[in-house]
Design a protein around this ligand. Structure first.
Ligand code: SF4
Length: 99
């Protein structure tokens, strides 16, 4: 099955997901990594959770910063939710589970 899929579908690791999009031009590969969390082209496994753990912790710290403004706060909350959703879909709680 893997050989069959590999011959017809692009599969690239970007470090925080396996991306099956046709090309690698998406910002989810680089500057907006949480985007992969709710993308239908992404395959994310438990092996990626340590990355989402770090992202989640960093975003929680960022949320405490007063200088990020309202738009920054909205973006941080969006990205926190994306990370939280990855944990939940893999049966983990981002607040309690060790990775
Ligand atoms: S958001 Fe989707 S298309 Fe973009 S890099 Fe992530 S998995 Fe690929």
């Amino acid at each position: 099955m893997v050989i069959s899929i590999a011959e017809s579908t692009a599969i690239r690791s970007n470090g925080h997901a396996w991306c099956t999009a046709d090309n690698d031009g998406c910002v989810g590969n680089t500057i907006e990594r949480t985007r992969c969390g709710d993308c239908n082209n992404a395959v994310i496994g438990r092996g990626h959770l340590h990355i989402y753990r770090q992202l989640y912790c960093n975003l929680k710290e960022l949320l405490e910063c007063s200088g990020i403004g309202e738009s920054g706060r909205v973006r941080v909350l969006r990205d926190l939710e994306r990370c939280r959703e990855v944990f939940m879909q893999l049966g983990c709680d981002p607040e309690t589970s060790a990775v």
